[in-house]
Design a protein around this ligand. Structure first.
Ligand SMILES: Nc1ncnc2c1ncn2[C@@H]1O[C@H](COP(=O)(O)OP(=O)(O)O)[C@@H](O)[C@H]1O
Ligand SMILES: [Mg+2]
Length: 437
């Protein structure tokens, strides 16, 4: 992509309404624009990141055996009356009437809808277990939408729902998601700590929130200081084996959200306890038969008996993650994208656009990098070198490949790693090899 043709409306000034760094940088880099309070349009740069994040989430869900579906955003109120949540959900639910005066709503979550699909389609214990997910926009009419995409009213969520015959099976489904979440966030370069969490209005007895420690986070959290030195890795997992030991390993160090932390009961010595703030990027619940009973979602068991299915639900804030990753990875100059979610792999800076040699060399790099499967944003504008560097640092692509007249005369270009700031002078071949290795 040529930057001269790319729709990336940057802002010079720091927008006054943005209180946290990720919101400021997303606006300044032209990633998003607010359409209404808590509702955002994703512009090309931001949308590329959103799709990268969604794709990692998708790959890890698929790997765990979950299957992708797509449920609608608009749901019928009747289903929510059946689970008794239509009134309970209160003002956060956006209620809509269609032309026939039927009550509809913009889905804030999908337990009812998926339970309805499931009960109408699955009759026998042989059809269990199943785990279905989708990546779909949600609407929650938050009282205080803020921090840009971090707490929106309309936001993109991956949510899935597991169906099992018994509690042991449900536990295994829960464990699979627990491990899949560790892998998902690690692949995005994040340390997301699984913390014991309250189950809230969804109900049930087993729940973890996945939290990134950040001063700007909305949740107060408590954890063993050991977590600060622990790397969460995306290790290989056999999802069919017993996952209880792996989950036990990742929950052995204390970690709890505010409402689960009881200072009286916490046995951690005070010098081991880290209390700080965090961003919730994922949340998993096991809620047993809370929906299957009232909604009569049952299968016929081996002896012909009716068995209400054991369910769990699991959410990842896909659009929130775009902001959360920036909160975790930026510096004074701008965003520092982890390689896995960067909107482009390489920012190619032509220091003297219009100069025949520079143009030819930059175009050649562009073609070769694209042919090697890399995505490249080519700054071919006739701006000053300084302003090109500022732009590239702001938008945070992992590599900057700098082509200028003086270097080229000696057959050399410069390669800068955004994360470390390290710059290297390399031959053209060396630079290509390094970027395509
Ligand atoms: N208003 C919001 N804006 C952006 N992301 C959200 C919002 N509410 C929830 N999320 C994301 O969706 C995930 C699943 O949501 P859930 O746990 O059901 O919501 P809540 O934590 O508000 O009860 C959360 O972990 C979070 O990452
Ligand atoms: Mg939650």
């Amino acid at each position: 992509m040529r930057l001269s043709k790319f729709f990336m409306p940057m802002l010079r000034e720091t927008p006054a309404e943005a209180q946290i760094v990720s919101h400021r940088l997303m606006l300044r880099a032209g990633m998003v624009r607010q359409a209404a309070a808590g509702i955002y349009s994703w512009l090309p740069l931001g949308f590329r990141v959103l799709q990268k994040i969604a794709q990692i989430v998708r790959e890890e869900q698929d790997r765990s055996g979950a299957q992708e579906v797509l449920m609608p955003t608009i749901q019928s109120a009747d289903l929510w009356r059946a689970s008794n949540r239509y009134d309970d959900y209160g003002k956060e639910m956006l209620r809509i009437k269609d032309r026939h005066d039927r009550d509809m709503l913009y889905g804030p979550t999908n337990e009812e809808l998926i339970t309805d699909i499931f009960r109408n389609s699955v009759k026998s214990y042989r059809d269990l277990p199943r785990n279905l997910y989708h990546i779909q926009w949600k609407f929650r009419d938050e009282v205080r939408p803020r921090f840009g995409v971090m707490r929106g009213r309309e936001f993109l969520m991956k949510d899935n729902y597991s169906f099992d015959l018994d509690t042991a099976g449900a536990r295994h489904s829960y464990n699979k998601m627990f491990i899949a979440y560790l892998r998902t966030f690690a692949r995005m370069g994040l340390k997301a700590i699984p913390m014991r969490a309250e189950t809230g209005p969804i109900g049930g007895d087993l729940s973890h929130e996945f939290i990134i420690l950040a001063d700007t986070g909305e949740s107060a959290v408590y954890c063993d200081r050991g977590w600060l030195e622990t790397n969460v890795l995306a290790g290989d997992t056999d999802y069919e084996q017993d996952l209880n030991p792996a989950v036990a390993e990742w929950t052995k160090l204390y970690a709890a959200t505010d409402n689960q932390h009881d200072p009286e009961a916490c046995t951690l010595p005070s010098d081991r306890l880290h209390s700080g703030r965090g961003i919730e990027v994922g949340h998993i619940f096991n809620f047993g038969t809370k929906y299957s009973k009232p909604m009569n979602c049952a299968v016929v068991g081996p002896k012909g008996e009716q068995i209400f299915v054991e369910m769990g639900s699991y959410g990842i804030g896909v659009s929130r993650l775009a902001g959360a990753i920036i909160e975790a990875s930026h510096d004074e100059a701008g965003i520092i994208w982890p390689d896995s979610v960067a909107p482009f792999d390489v920012g190619l800076i032509n220091l003297r656009s219009g100069d025949a040699k520079c143009d030819a060399a930059a175009d050649d790099f562009y073609r070769k990098l694209i042919a090697a499967g890399k995505s490249v944003l080519h700054d071919d504008r006739t701006e000053s070198a300084g302003s090109k560097f500022i732009t590239m640092d702001l938008i945070g692509l992992p590599w900057q490949l700098i082509v200028g007249p003086r270097g080229l005369a000696a057959g050399r270009v410069e390669l800068k790693r955004r994360k470390t700031g390290a710059r290297e002078e390399l031959s053209i071949d060396q630079a290509l090899n390094k970027l395509t290795a």
